[in-house]
Design a protein around this ligand. Structure first.
Ligand code: COA
Length: 191
């Protein structure tokens, strides 16, 4: 199976498919509390059947070009996922998302992986706008959005009922020309 290296620490981005259900469940089990602080994924994946159903929903999206799911592996262990939850080729708009188990957070994995996916979305697939929805309380995720050069566009107040509490969601986004300009500036700084 193909894999894209995310650096010299053994991190890799690979397709996350239905047959990975046991690995996905183990990853979620290791991070159930941490991941579930702001997003509903752990609650939606309580057991192996649900893990398989979640992966199947992304296989179905991929089949009709409506989204995709990519796993992050560290030293051969599945530690999280990066995804396009929404993908609309005609409008050129998509929405990205992610999760990591706690042991894998804080080392830049989401930023490194999302850079690969944003290059692909803008350069190979011709998308114009990548959106990022995150709870106003999810500081780590808001930092990722900022690191990726996204701009904060607004707040959906109390739109997301999560574990009995209505939470606010921030919308961030980066446009194709902004992404290319930031990348060019980064390349200049490398020289
Ligand atoms: C929020 C979350 C996505 C952040 O992931 P992450 O990989 O830690 O985020 P980043 O890629 O931005 O890495 C950030 C940290 O790694 C450090 N880092 C190390 N090497 C790095 C590198 N090569 N590039 C960038 N950052 C690097 C940064 O300094 C940063 O530290 P800081 O948080 O103290 O500022 C992750 O904690 C998570 O999955 N949480 C649970 C689920 C969730 O909330 N998902 C988001 C839904 S919107």
């Amino acid at each position: 199976m193909y894999a894209i290296s995310l650096g010299d620490d053994g991190a890799e981005l690979r397709p996350l498919e239905v047959w990975h259900a046991p690995e996905l469940l183990a990853n979620i089990d290791r991070g159930r509390e941490f991941i579930g602080r702001h997003i509903g994924l752990p609650d939606a994946v309580p057991d192996l059947d649900a893990a398989r159903a979640y992966l199947r929903s992304y296989a179905d999206k991929r089949a009709v070009d409506a989204g995709s799911l990519h796993g992050v592996w560290l030293d051969g262990k599945l530690v999280g996922g990066l995804l396009f939850r929404v993908w609309d080729t005609p409008s050129g708009v998509c929405e990205a998302g992610c999760w990591l188990e706690p042991a894998a957070a804080g080392r830049g994995l989401v930023t490194r992986g999302m850079r690969v996916l944003l290059d692909w979305a803008f350069d190979e697939r011709g998308m114009h706008r990548v959106e990022w929805y995150a709870s106003s309380a999810n500081e780590g995720s808001l930092k990722v959005a900022r690191r990726l050069g996204m701009i904060r566009e607004g707040v959906l107040r109390e739109n997301y009922p999560h574990r009995g509490v209505r939470t606010d969601t921030e919308i961030w986004a980066v446009l194709a020309p902004e992404w290319r300009a930031a990348r060019a500036r980064g390349a200049e700084n490398d020289h």
